[in-house]
Design a protein around this ligand. Structure first.
Ligand code: NAP
Length: 294
């Protein structure tokens, strides 16, 4: 069984990015700059944004964190996005989700200039990704594609089953796996909460990508012998034996599924670390004008 190590791979990608930043510096070019907008005091969001900012420092990027109160109006948030859109110093912008209920995620996402949308969430980038045009691909699906590539997982002609159809993971994942390129060329089945006979379907998957958001939902009997299993889920569960008082588990029952799979991502240390590496990579692409020319 091959353990697909996202931690090592993400460190490798970050070191490749850091190397490119060093070259840019030497050439006297502009250092990539990522801005993040964080609204409110949600603990998980603060942790995610903190990790993104820290990773920027690690690879030599500039970063700006704009913190806004939970009570910020939609208009004020749209203005903050517009300011960053117009700031030539900033190459990439992310608005950390979720947003407070009184703010329209659609309006805010749509306000981000596609050229700076390094999360790949705007209609323009989703449309371009779907058409197979150059685009920023959402960080989590992009990270998974990169893992499949770097671990040389054969995808052509395989049956890929995706569990979950969210806009940020399952849906783009299904499109990427069906593309006419590597990794891709799969026959894809996209499943969701209305899918009937889910285990019958998952048992036919050569590649099973799980983004359901339910702890240890996928068990050994749902998986075909020799499948590649990608676990996107992240859940904190109480564990008194840990100093932190919790541990992380995924959407897949790791031990029993690993015994059947030919390759599998662990949680933690699988898909999670790849998400930040992909965001940094998209920011580098933005700074160098590789998707939209400058
Ligand atoms: P989400 O928006 O909650 O979507 C979950 C999907 O699962 C929905 O499409 C839902 O179907 C489907 N589903 C729910 N119950 C089901 C069932 N019984 N059978 C089949 N499908 C079912 O989740 P998400 O944002 O994609 O995230 C999924 C997981 O990945 C979460 O644990 C999240 O924390 C994690 N995540 C991790 C990363 C990372 O960097 N590693 C990034 C993003 C998310 P309906 O559409 O019909 O409701």
């Amino acid at each position: 069984m091959l353990l697909i190590n996202g931690k090592t791979t993400s460190e490798q990608i970050k070191s490749e990015i850091a190397q490119r930043v060093a070259e840019i510096k030497k050439e006297g070019g502009k250092i990539p700059h990522l801005a993040a907008i964080l609204v409110g005091n949600d603990g998980a969001s603060q942790t995610y944004v903190g990790a993104k900012v820290k990773s920027c420092q690690q690879v030599g990027f500039e970063s700006t964190l704009v913190r806004l109160e939970e009570t910020v109006t939609e208009e004020e948030l749209l203005k903050a996005v517009a300011d960053i859109n117009e700031n030539p110093e900033i190459d990439g912008l992310i608005v950390q989700l979720p947003l407070p209920k009184h703010i329209s995620v659609e309006k805010v996402t749509n306000k981000i200039k596609p050229e700076k949308d390094v999360d790949g969430f705007t209609p323009s980038n989703v449309g371009r990704m779907t058409l197979g045009w150059p685009s920023y691909v959402a960080a989590t699906p992009y990270g998974i594609v990169e893992l499949l590539k770097r671990y040389d997982i054969e995808t052509s002609g395989k049956h890929c089953v995706v569990i979950g159809r969210s806009h940020i993971v399952g849906s783009p994942m299904s499109i990427l796996m069906a593309r006419n390129e590597y990794p891709g060329n799969c026959t894809v089945t996209l499943t969701h909460s209305r899918t009937k006979n889910l285990p019958e379907i998952t048992k036919t998957a050569d590649i099973l990508i799980v983004a359901i958001g339910k702890p240890e939902f996928v068990t050994a009997e749902m998986v075909k012998e020799g499948a590649t299993v990608i676990d996107v889920g992240i859940h904190r569960i109480a564990d008194e034996s840990k100093k932190s008082g919790f541990r992380l588990i995924g959407d897949v029952k790791f031990d029993e599924v690993a015994a059947k799979a030919s390759a599998i991502t662990p949680v933690p240390g699988g898909v999670g670390p790849m998400t930040i590496a992909s965001l940094l990579y998209n920011t580098l692409l933005a700074a160098e004008g590789k998707i939209y020319s400058k």
